[in-house]
Design a binder for this molecule. Structure first.
Ligand code: MLC
Ligand code: AMP
Length: 500
């Protein structure tokens, strides 16, 4: 049997027939009946560009239907899809491209020159936000031809998604066809996908949430996607009159709850609101429930494992908890040696299951550091588990900031700031932010006599780091607080600057 994830989608597409697949601004861009030939074109174009099954296809482009088809075409062709955040600077991209060694690189035409120097052996194709570029020309050049989806086993890689640990250097999480299909199938049942469901898709498609959880959910169910290039609260609300499902990061719900248009009447047709990627504040949950009449279903996941736990569809959706391990997933809360804690006691969440990744790309050492000998993965999230197995995420043992659902690794920013002339040292922290959950703040010291100021620091790092990672404030101090071991006390800094 072909375990290629696309084979599952093809089966669902056959059943869905003329159902619209992607609708944007009220216009059907593609139906399920057209999915086979549309993705065949992309698979052929990638193969004609010289990529073989198992080769990496690195993609940094704006969200578009062509981008969706490129992803599905790469799956069909048995290639390994490597999506990158559009906010990354050329300096950041150089690392990913060097590490992934792609056969094909697809980027925005505006970035082509900057990337030429770092693209190595990769064939460069372009795709702009309006769906034009040499990739689309290559698709047009192959003429309509059937494509036999390349046979893949469940352990063959479908995608590599970059994510970072405490070191600040991103690692590629290797996800197999089996990882992705097992998770998608479980979620189809768990969230009760049904005939007639329409999904509002307003997330980026370079992360697990938008690319896998949302897109796969709709594809597997043959559901129409109401496609939004970005999250615009007015436009998303306007779709509530025909949609049934919304998936979003907590910032979506903060903005929706603050909107006068969020009423029970406006939400009467909606079936399910799902939140994840960052903690949903209880206050947001309650305000949203009060105004919309819907209790948001919060779930928890990560790049290395897709979705891990979820609040129940029928049972109690309790704010501040992320629900139960999904069917097939085992979870335990342990101390730093891997010894299980008593129920209710906080510890680090460890997990195992068919959704768990195949390790970090070309980095067995890092993979081994984050795995227990019995196959459990150490998530770095601090959790408690109730007597009946319900999980609450209560903190993080990894040094990570999550702003608007995007992960930011302080170490990477600290390294950039430390290199600024006149800076002694730095500590980067997340402080509460009403819209994004957390906001980035840098606390720094000056070298003796240096006049370096906030504007100079920000200007010096601007070309190195994606905008979303750049601190919103730089605070100067005489010395960073340290504990007896010499470690910077970030908790003390977070407390000191919590009202910034
Ligand atoms: C945008 N900006 C951000 C930001 N998004 N800053 C910090 N964090 C973010 N997440 C900055 C821009 O650089 C810009 O800065 C300004 O905000 C306005 O940009 P924008 O593009 O207009 O922002 P907006 O459309 O409001 O975007 C906010 C958002 C978006 C929350 C809607 O970031 C988003 O869609 N986030 C979802 C991320 C996601 O998919 N996460 C899932 C990861 S998977 P300036 O200064 O230039 O104005 C995962 C696993 C799991 O975690 O469990 O799901
Ligand atoms: P990423 O590396 O981008 O996949 O981000 C995964 C991280 O996001 C997890 O390790 C958690 O720290 C965080 N996360 C995801 N979902 C939730 C949630 N519902 N509540 C709290 N944290 C979450």
């Amino acid at each position: 049997m072909n375990e290629n994830l696309y084979a599952l989608f093809a089966k669902a597409a056959d059943k869905a027939g003329d159902t619209p697949f992607i609708v944007e601004g009220g216009r059907t861009l593609l139906s399920y009946a057209q999915l086979d030939s549309a993705t065949a074109g992309y698979a052929h174009a990638l193969a004609a560009s010289g990529a073989q099954p198992g080769d990496r296809v690195v993609v940094q482009v704006e969200k578009s239907i062509e981008n969706v088809l490129l992803y599905l075409g790469a799956l069909r062709a048995g290639m390994i899809y490597v999506p990158l955040n559009t906010a990354y600077t050329p300096a950041e991209l150089a690392y990913f491209i060097g590490d992934a060694e792609p056969a094909v690189l697809v980027c925005d035409p505006a970035k082509l020159d900057a990337l030429a120097a770092v693209s190595g052996q990769a064939r460069c194709l372009t795709l702009d936000a309006r769906g034009n570029g040499t990739l689309v020309d290559a698709v047009a050049a192959v003429a309509p031809m059937p494509f036999k989806t390349v046979a893949r086993g469940e352990d063959d890689l479908a995608a590599i998604l970059y994510t970072s640990g405490t070191t600040g250097r991103s690692k590629g999480a290797m996800l197999s066809h089996g990882n992705l299909s097992s998770n998608a199938l479980v979620l189809k049942d768990y969230w009760r996908w049904r005939r007639g469901d329409l999904l509002i898709h307003a997330l980026p498609i370079y992360h697990v949430h938008g690319l896998f959880v949302a897109l796969h959910g709709a594809l597997l169910n043959g559901s129409t996607i109401l496609f939004h290039r970005a999250f615009d609260v007015d436009k998303v609300l306007a779709d509530f009159d025909r949609a049934t499902v919304l998936m979003g990061v907590p910032t979506f719900y903060v903005r929706l709850a603050a909107h006068a248009g969020l009423t029970r009447t406006a939400c009467a047709k909606m079936r399910l609101f799902i939140s994840g990627s960052a903690p949903l504040l209880e206050a947001t949950f309650e305000e949203f429930a009060e105004k919309s009449g819907h209790r948001i279903l919060e779930r928890y996941g990560m790049t290395e494992a897709g979705m891990i736990t979820s609040n129940p569809y029928d049972g109690d959706r309790i704010p501040g908890t992320v629900g139960y391990p999904l069917p097939g997933v085992s979870a335990r809360v342990c101390d730093d040696k891997g010894v299980e804690m008593a129920r209710g006691e906080p510890g680090v969440l460890e997990i195992k299951g068919p959704n768990l990744f195949k390790g970090y790309w070309r980095n067995p050492k890092k993979t081994a550091e984050e795995m227990r000998p019995d196959g459990y993965f150490i998530t770095g999230d601090v959790a408690t588990m109730s007597e009946d197995g319900r999980v609450s995420i209560v903190g993080r043992s990894k040094d990570l900031i999550i702003a608007g659902g995007l992960n930011i690794y302080p170490k990477e920013i600290e390294l950039a700031i430390d290199a600024v002339p006149g800076i002694g040292e730095s500590a980067v922290i997340g402080v509460p932010h009403p819209d994004l959950g957390e906001g980035v703040v840098a606390v720094v010291t000056r070298e003796a006599g240096s006049p370096v100021d906030e504007a100079q620091v920000l200007a010096a790092i601007a070309h190195k780091l994606a905008r979303f990672k750049q601190p919103r404030r730089v605070m100067f101090v005489d010395a960073l607080p340290r504990n007896q071991m010499g470690k910077v006390q970030k908790a003390a800094l977070r407390e000191a600057y919590k009202d910034l």
